[in-house]
Ligand binder design. Structure first.
Ligand code: NAD
Length: 255
């Protein structure tokens, strides 16, 4: 019997949203498990640090500025990753934005900004990555969703965010069906409340005590706790998993 491998040695993986929070943690985590990481973000700030940390630990990484709302920018990012690190084998699409507005006064622009990054950005990222993976004979994509695809967060006015995240879940399931024939697995990791700049935003932070009271494990996640689930879904250990939405939420949606 051949034991499955959780390691990512020799795999080139793109992480979008790699300059901050969960994406920055996942970029470092995937490198720790052996992947060469294309770190992609619209903001240059934390990208250089993530890449420097990976290289200091003996890993391989490249920092690429790209906007997940722009098809051309993503195509160029994938080409550069392949040129510098090798053929693409996987991706974690983590770039996202969040804000809060009452539904009755939310403008179309406010709605559109969140849907453009959090849902259309996932589509465009998967498309650019998928074209390379089809060419390379397969791979694994992990889209970062949210518990907000499963529940409407008590006290948070974010119909745009919740709708976009629900879209990510069903988009990913649909893509898993389409791309099984190409040997590409498509799964979702759905974090609960996680201690990042997004969760410390003025809309969310004042509610944290109240939100945490609704979590059976009675605390937020640390970014590191998302690494194991992402490594699992990218590695051969999950070779029969596709279309899965893996909740990492301390039991928050169990109530
Ligand atoms: N923090 C939480 O509690 C939580 C919970 C559930 C889901 N999530 C999801 O996890 C993901 C990461 O969130 P986070 O908490 O780490 O947030 P964060 O704000 O710390 O990081 C988000 C990153 O995405 C990048 N980004 C934003 N727009 C972009 C664009 N157009 N193109 C490329 N990059 C862009 C930002 O520059 C930033 O580096 C998001 O998809 C978010 O919805 C977060």
């Amino acid at each position: 019997m051949k034991m499955p491998s959780f390691r990512l040695e020799g795999r080139v993986v793109i992480v979008t949203g790699a300059a901050s929070g969960i994406g920055a943690g996942l970029a470092r985590g995937l490198a720790h498990f052996g992947a060469a990481v294309g770190c992609v973000d619209v903001s240059a700030g934390g990208l250089a640090q993530a890449v420097a940390d990976i290289k200091d630990s003996g890993g391989r990484a490249v920092a690429i500025s790209a906007d997940v709302r722009e098809e051309g920018s993503l195509t160029a990012a994938v080409s550069r990753v392949e040129k510098e690190l090798g053929p693409l084998a996987g991706a974690v699409n983590c770039a996202g934005v969040h804000d809060s507005f009452a539904a009755e006064s939310m403008t179309l622009q406010q709605w559109q900004r969140v849907v453009d990054v959090n849902l259309s950005g996932i589509f465009l990222s998967c498309q650019a990555e998928g074209r390379a993976l089809i060419r390379n004979g397969g791979g694994s994509i992990v889209n970062v969703g949210s518990i907000s695809a499963h529940i409407a967060n008590r006290g948070l006015r974010q119909v745009h965010y919740n709708a976009a995240k629900a879209g990510v879940a069903h988009f990913s399931r649909s893509l898993a069906l389409e791309w099984a024939e190409h040997g590409i697995r498509v799964n979702v990791v759905s974090p609960g409340y996680t201690a990042t700049p997004m969760a410390k935003s003025p809309e969310v932070w004042p509610l944290v005590e109240h939100l945490v009271a609704d979590i059976p494990m009675a605390r937020m996640a640390e970014v590191e706790e998302l690494i194991g689930p992402a490594v699992f879904l990218l590695s051969d250990a999950s070779s029969y998993c596709t279309g899965v939405d893996l909740l990492v939420d301390g039991g928050a949606v169990c109530w």
